[in-house]
Design a protein around this ligand. Sequence first.
Ligand SMILES: [Zn+2]
Length: 475
Amino acid sequence: MTPAAAIPATTWAIAHEALVATLRDLIRIPSINPPPAEAPDGETRVARYLAERLTALGLRPEVVEPVPGRGSVHARLRGDGTGGEPFLLLSHLDVVPASADRWSHDPFAADVADGYVYGRGAVDMKGMIALELGVIERLVEEARAAGLDPATDPIPGLRRDVLFTCTADEEAGSIDGARWIAAHRPDWLQAAGAVNECGGVSVTVGGRRLYPIQVAEKGFAPYRIHITGTWGHGSMPRADNAAVLAARAIERLAAPGAIRITPVMTRFLEAAADALPREAATVLRRIAAGELDAASADVAIDGLCDPMYARALRALIRDTISPDIVHAGVKYNVIPGDATIEVDCRVLPGTTEPQMRAEVERRLGPDLLPACEIELLVWGEPVESPAHGPLWDILVATLLDHDPDAIPLPVMVPFATDAKATATLGVPTYGFSPLRLDPDERFLERFHGVDERVSLEALRFGLPILYDVVRRFCG
Ligand SMILES: [Zn+2]
């Protein structure tokens, strides 16, 4: 019997309707990052909307705005203090831009169609904000039913405080959001553990329902590489044309590199192998054991799964380099003497920035390197939380209680989240926004993609799970 099972189904049905309404409200406030000139304060408007909702519940939320328009919001529910440090419900309230012409629904209308809520932020990550607020609302109602004031009294049954923190600027490196909060308002984040985006979402492979829970994420080291050639007349081609040198550099940098299986990915591959048919399992076990070289592993992965998952998996077993910006040239008949390329390097836990830079230099090679000046743009440390311990055990057990066929497993993600900021405070942060998806739903492509959407059924599944996780970890 889970804590959620003690609550009548009619109560959950009402809570679900409220959650969907919240999500639609959130989507209809475009909180685009980078903020567009015509709506520069979307994040603050979402933060204020949430603050109003929390105030209406009788709580005392706070909004910070380190830069005008870039608001974040926070509220705290009290436990009786006997259970240790708080539990953090973390989310970000900004979204990436969406170009409406390619969508089948207006990205900011929050249409409900075919059992889905459509809109930018549906999965990344206003759906999770709505789930978290839904849990806060349940806990507040339980306090009120016991005749308590939720702003000051401990919530019945909670031994730890519950923090609800919703940040700006996650989609652009968290500078004006979680990183600012970690430096100036660490009390908004300091916790024994946190749940955040990018995990706890079902992935159906070979008829089995896997639930990867994010415990680790890669670091990032984007570089700008200035390439120097010689200016000249286009009628007399030169070998040291900077555009030609840049093309050669890009070719070398973009080649897939060597593989390295980190402990989290070893566990992921072995757990996935246990769940999958024998042929796939054999491949995954050989990759986990380091028996395949990079080229053979890539071929094996491509034969194993959908290209969407294959791309992710190939990125999770190596440091990657993606050349994403190229600038050279001023006129068709002028040989460019300068070129600039920018490369997005993503590093596994255990790879340092100097090691990544050394790899970039090695790939450029002794012939190109003298023409290149390498500039680090920003560094983001990889993070890793333990895939064991009380919170991990609760996440796994709760998923199994609600979906007995669930196969929870730890995973790394190739991109960055606010977990980079909570890691600086030592808060173990798990990607766990519980959703049980239709087997054919191409969830990974919804992130930052066209027709971003989340199903009503997935949200209905997630709310009692998140409630149980809070009740169990704080009880
Ligand atoms: Zn996100």
